[in-house]
Design a protein around this ligand. Structure first.
Ligand code: SAM
Length: 294
């Protein structure tokens, strides 16, 4: 006789509401509409991994863990960490062709990758920076890379990636900025210190107060806004704007839009917004010429 398998636990409405409320209150992630099946499947898988008998037991596990680790694990199962090198390449072309030339004479250039996942985004920014500022002093370049997930941040900080992820990195950049692993590390690549040293990784929950006084020229906040409802998006964009220098740029994901919310940024091109102000060197079609002068 085949073994009798236990039926998977069913997510009742009360537990669904509790889990989605935790996700919304702690991470801003809005799972309330039409996400019952998603939570049942993803949290159900986590229950099996943890050996917990029910969704209620999972909720107790998350709410009673004062270390915050269980809560941190929850965001990993409810959102995706999907990313890739040079994802949405237009933003990197815009950095290279429009923004960096305008920033060339700056003593400091700071860029923030605000939901960096496993690091592909900040390393792509790093390679683009190094290509543009090769003759300059590298001390003036800094990338802040943050995410809520400590799991992906650990991967990001290592800077080691399997060879199959390299397909999105042009060969000359691979040669200049990456080292091929050998022996036990065969099949993987590691970023050279030249790139790694540009990046500071930080745990940041974008729903919580952000570092006061931090200012940067460009913020990447891509493919995270889709998880947030409009009030959360509006609040986040307004808070991020405070960290942009006048004339600085915000990149969001190309499948995201700020159309439905109020914000003080100017639309530049798809998924690219600019904070008004900056040096009035030009009113031209090249908005980046105005970056700066904070
Ligand atoms: C799909 S990835 C985007 C990665 C990268 N920006 C890109 O476009 O390729 C979304 C990331 O947002 C992070 N995230 C979700 N909620 C967050 C929050 N409240 N604060 C900070 N990061 C969050 C997730 O951990 C995940 O790594």
């Amino acid at each position: 006789m085949p073994p009798i398998l236990d039926a998977p636990p069913v997510l009742n409405t009360g537990d669904f509401e509790k889990i989605s409320r935790i996700a919304y209150e702690h991470f801003g992630v809005d799972l309330r509409q039409g996400k019952h099946a998603l939570i049942e499947a993803r949290v159900g898988k986590k229950l099996r991994q943890l050996g917990l008998p029910s969704f209620k037991a999972y909720i107790d596990h998350v709410t009673s863990d004062t270390s915050g680790a269980a809560l941190a694990g929850m965001v990993d199962i409810l959102t995706t960490n999907h990313t890739s090198f040079f994802r949405e390449p237009r933003h990197f072309e815009f950095l290279r062709d429009i923004i960096f030339p305008a920033l060339r004479s700056r003593p400091q250039i700071h860029i923030w990758s605000a939901a960096c996942s496993s690091g592909e985004e900040p390393y792509s920014i790093g390679m683009t920076l190094l290509e543009a500022f090769r003759e300059d002093t590298l001390a003036k370049l800094r990338i802040r890379a943050s995410d809520i997930s400590t799991r992906v941040l650990e991967t990001a900080a290592k800077g080691i990636y399997p060879a199959e992820r390299m397909k999105d990195i042009p060969a000359p950049l691979q040669q200049r900025y990456m080292l091929k692993g050998s022996n036990a590390a065969a099949g993987s690549f590691r970023f050279k210190n030249e790139v790694r040293n540009l990046i500071v990784f930080e745990h940041t929950n974008l729903m919580q107060p952000l570092t006061p006084d931090y200012r940067c020229s460009v913020i990447f906040c891509r493919n995270i806004m889709i998880y947030f409802d409009r009030p959360t998006q509006q609040d986040l964009v307004q808070r991020l704007s405070q960290h942009l220098e006048p004339g600085g740029f915000l990149f969001i994901g190309h499948s995201e839009s700020l159309n439905a919310i109020q914000h003080g940024l100017e639309y530049v091109s798809p998924a690219t917004y600019r904070k008004p102000g900056g040096s009035p060197t030009s009113t031209s079609k090249n908005p980046a010429l105005k970056i700066g002068q904070s």
